[in-house]
Design a binder for this molecule. Sequence first.
Ligand code: GRF
Length: 199
Amino acid sequence: MPALMPQLKIAVLGSGKGSNFRAILSAIMAGHLRVTPVLAASDVPEAGILTLADNLGIPTTTIHEPKYRTRLSDGVEFSLVKELQASGADLIVLAGYMRLVKEPLLEAFPRRIINIHPSLLPSFPGLEAWRQALSAGVKTTGCTVHFVDSGMDTGEVIAQSQVNILPGDTPETLHARIQEAEHQLYPEVLARFARREFP
Ligand code: GRF
């Protein structure tokens, strides 16, 4: 009985400009996506997701990691887990979060952490995947939403969207089209979670 189903609560983690979170918020406000954002967390104090959340009264938290650049130390990740659990989040949505996720978080939210990546995984994991695609000379790339595991962009694929590479594409034009595809795909995938398609 979908009407009686409590809305899925999401927490969003990001380090960058926050355009995917903006797209998710737009889908919610347009009535296309029935999820409730309960927390925005970032390791970058000036990250776009924090500003977006602040403007809407969504709670935010800034993660302080003095030791590592590509992951969190166990203690810091444990504190984040506590905050995520206290927020009541059902699903952790990575949107440009630039660190690997380790056991404290993975064990607390099994198959409940998802990420979006700007390529058709397993092709071109890692940084600047659109540049990798251009350098490889492929005709088609795109974006992928996947479950997060302890590897870099290695978790099970949930959904993908294709983007054709056009003659004359630069890294910037290609990246912009991939991001447009991301802004469609992520809200669509979240809607599937909201319908409890992934028990
Ligand atoms: C996206 O391109 C996503 O694929 C990658 O990081 C970027 C985040 O962009 N993981 P934004 O911060 O949502 O604008």
